[in-house]
Design a protein around this ligand. Structure first.
Ligand code: KG4
Ligand code: ZN
Length: 354
């Protein structure tokens, strides 16, 4: 089965052709980062307009690189939720038009399910079997828009359960906001990661509180640490040189500690032996290193997808869609965008004890 996947939920216009085994035949990602950088974050209207310009060329390129015509496809998958409504609409309309014209089945995919299954994608040939986890696994999904821990018992919506999520900012959003405060540009994750590697977290510890108040909870809160960095900058000015590196190290260390400790605790309390990372923040070197060490200590197997599978891409949407099609599921041309995920949420947004 060869399925085209289209992704336009946020600031990447992406399309890919993937088989139901997860083989990636093509994967085209066109990032809008440069367009949004002057604003320090994604501007919804700018995103939708740029998707409208890019979606047809990106889809054409994905088909061409895979060497397939629309007539050869077994279906069209598209991100239908969660995301920016106007941005989602562009991908949905493109997918519907193509599916209708080529007479192919259409399936909507929940973007978060795509991220949680991206670990199964096979790029550049098949990886060793141990590089693909068996079910169940506990997954940490940390990106610019989402941060949550899930128990994944299978590839369908009904087999995925949220164990805890952020009450406020996503982890990537915290990186982006802190980078903005420090004058480091957008997106913030990669540059903070690079500076943190040269810094000493202990030297700036007093500027940054621990991210976890209640250890037993699987919920996160990242807005407090961002405010602490803002207060520090307001009082002392923007740090430079080694002091900047130290502050980045302390901030990143606190965020990573929360992500690692809660993910490991979730795996242990669920009695699950496999841990999977997903989302753009999974690129963070500090997170990868600390998660690997913590999993090794507890006898947990850790699966970290390659970077291209962690950040937003069309391949994960095509793959999740291929599994829906293989299960006999279809959507109609009435498929509409939804801003919220279809996965049931257990975490209340907003304040209160954590
Ligand atoms: O998954 P993604 O590409 O897009 C979505 O938000 O869905 O994730 C982007 C986020 C941004 O917030 C970016 O700052 C963060 O991932 N990020 C990182 C790193 N690389 C990207 N955060 C920490 N360390 C990194 N190396
Ligand atoms: Zn995403």
């Amino acid at each position: 089965m060869r399925v085209l996947g289209i992704e336009t939920s946020c600031d990447e216009t992406a399309a890919a052709v993937v088989t139901e085994e997860g083989d990636v035949l093509s994967d085209v990602v066109r990032s809008q980062v440069a367009l949004h950088a002057p604003y320090g974050g994604v501007v919804p209207e700018v995103a939708a307009r740029d998707h409208a310009r890019a979606v047809v060329p990106v889809v054409r390129e994905a088909l061409a690189r895979a060497g397939v015509a629309a007539a050869d496809l077994d279906g069209v998958a598209v991100t239908s939720r969660p995301g920016l409504a106007g941005a989602l609409l562009v991908g949905l309309q493109a997918a519907k038009g193509l599916a209708w014209a080529a007479g192919k089945p259409l399936v909507g995919v929940d973007h978060l399910v795509g991220h949680l299954l991206a670990v199964f994608l096979r790029r550049d040939g098949a990886p060793a079997p141990e590089e693909r986890p068996a079910f169940p696994y506990v997954a940490l999904l940390a990106s610019g828009g989402h941060t949550a821990i899930y128990r994944v018992d299978g590839p369908s919506l009904g087999a995925i359960r949220e164990l805890g999520a952020t009450r406020d900012d996503a982890a990537g959003e915290a990186f982006d906001k802190v980078a903005k405060l420090l004058g480091l540009g957008y997106p913030g994750g990669p540059v903070v990661d690079r500076l943190a590697a040269e810094g000493d977290a202990a030297a700036a510890a007093e500027a940054v509180p621990a991210v976890m108040a209640r250890k037993e909870s699987l919920e996160f809160s990242f807005s407090g640490i961002k405010s602490a960095v803002a207060r520090h900058v307001a009082k002392r000015g923007r740090p430079e040189g080694q002091a900047l590196n130290d502050l980045c190290a302390a901030f990143q260390g606190a965020v990573v500690d929360a992500l690692v400790q809660k993910t490991v605790r979730a795996a242990r309390s669920e009695g699950v032996e496999r841990v999977v990372l997903a989302g753009g923040v999974a690129a963070n070197r500090g997170l990868r290193a600390k998660m690997a060490a913590a999993c090794a200590r507890r006898g947990l197997a850790l699966f970290v997808p390659p970077f291209a599978s962690c950040t937003d891409n069309g391949a994960m949407i095509a793959y999740a869609g291929a599994l829906r099609l293989a299960a006999g599921e279809r959507d109609t041309l009435d498929l509409a965008p939804e801003t919220r995920t279809a996965l049931p949420r257990v975490t209340r947004k907003g304040g209160g004890a954590r």
